[in-house]
Design a protein around this ligand. Sequence first.
Ligand code: WTA
Length: 654
Amino acid sequence: MSNEQQVRIYNPSEEMVKNAAVSGMDGYRALCKEAEDDYEGFWGRRAKELIDWKVPFTQVLDESNAPFFKWFADGKLNVSYNCLDRNVNNGLGDKVALIFEGDNGDVTRVTYKDLLARVSKFANALRGMGVKKGDRVVIYLPMSIEGVVAMQACARIGATHSIVFGGFSAHALRDRIEDAGAVALITSDGQHRGGKALPLKPIADEALSLGGCDTIKNVVVVKRTGGDCNMVAGRDVWFHEACASQSETCEPEWVEAEHPLFILYTSGSTGKPKGVQHSSGGYLLQAVLSMKYTFDIKPNDVFWCTADIGWVTGHTYITYGPLACGATEIVFEGVPTYPDAGRFWKMIQDHKVSIFYTAPTAIRSLIKAADNNPAVHPTKYDLSSLRLLGSVGEPINPAAWEWYYQNVGGSRCPIVDTFWQTETGAHMITPMPGATPMVPGSCTLPFPGIQAAVVDETGTEVPWGQGGILVVKKPWPSMIRTIWGDPDRFVKSYYPADFQGKLYLAGDGAIRDVETGYFTITGRIDDVLNVSGHRMGTMEIESALVAHEKVAEAAVVGRPDDVTGEAIVAFVVLKGPRPTGEEAAKTIKELQNWVGHEIGPIAKPKDIRFGENLPKTRSGKIMRRLLRQLAKGEDVTQDTSTLENPHILEQLKG
Ligand code: WTA
């Protein structure tokens, strides 16, 4: 950042600094110092202040069985009580908790009082089915009020939920049900997306018929799309019928702070997904604290996180964090491009959203859409309600950052580029919006209390300006507790012997700016390329490509090469039509020279292929493993069941 390139620095406005929970860099540094001087005190004081405990804890951190750390272990609480009852008791009963907007634009508002009643009814229904503390419940639902209700209801009775994203296939669902040993499945007849009604229950039925799901005793079905729906007698029950005769009050199950609130499956380096297990107390603490520090949540904010509840972002920043802060938030069923690519901007305008949190991939695709159709450009909408923007899920390239800042935020709203992971539970490295001077492309500095570092293969910290491996030096309250059913894999994956089991390995590469110490994530360390002995982050090359005026999106992977070790293959989506023949050859040369110019000749992609899009999951993540196969010229033999747009693969073949 501090090299030849001109770096633009964006300071938060005076007003932002004045009013923010973390005010100015002095405020930020004071918090960091507090944590450095008294680590347990730092977290313990906030746990007391921000959480209602049934039984107060006496010990903050128990490291006796490291790396299986325990936080607030002898305290008891209920997460749903903290999200709902507490707000109602504090006079927020009539405040709107959820503004649900359906795919077709219908809006439903749910107050805290309503939400508590709905959660209590469903919690009672689950108890009536025999679901009890510690049982696992798999939730396979689209974005819906019931999705949030189901998660909160599990939390209320101490059942451990495991959400399976609605875009996953029957096999993926089966594997997760089996691994979790779930006793109940909550699903819906179907879901609305992009103007279409898509079936869900048939996929759930197929999953249950594949074998391995004998533990499932009850299937609860939310009616969303209507029409025919196969219901198995004795096993399946409609959600509304199960709730109909239930009481609107439900005594919460008071659980130990370490009680598993949820398991969420995520991809690892092997084919088998990892069931990341989270706690109740520590997790809730950081969900709330990051709402306060990173999102600077205030009573009048309208908060919108566009993630799906199927991913960790939807857990922490839809179901738990905002509700535990008594916030009003949007829950959106649909997709950003329906009925047109102005949907997000229209919803911000309609609901006067003040904090908007989305993913770089969404931003980049909306940049492309706005370039092609000026009518859906964000500047065509009244976005004056916005005061803060966020980004999550992947590095945001500076060009997309600038566009987001100028066109969505009106050059007025700070952008919090939040680095974190399913395993970390909450933000780890992120600007504080009323403190940190922002540099596009950098997630800047650690969240107060988080001790991140960049190390080499031996675990020794590398000098600023030198790339390395991102680690966290101390345990933190919302961290992963174990991999469900596989504690050895937990230790091997996250506390490897290379680092004497002392450092948490994030799996990402990072570099710190020589002058500011700001972190920039250089991509997963499994995505690092080695070309002729030179190490390069795929992200670096992608960022260069998308900085070219013709390029909308790019993904770069490595391919084995006899001469250079690895060769760079770039998959590129242009803003204009997909080129072929002469035109393609010309554009390839142009882009190769461009990258050569931006980074250096060594970074020039050897092979560039054009598609109308990149292969993505429905959550918008680029499926790099497919690109790697395509790059090698292999047929795609891997599971493509989570792929949103399979026809793209044909275009991207060499
Ligand atoms: C990447 C999503 C750069 C990173 C919350 C991480 C990011 C992985 C950022 C976790 C960011 C997430 N800048 N990279 N702001 N946020 N990542 O588990 O590679 O779906 O390890 O959690 O996404 O993805 P996950």
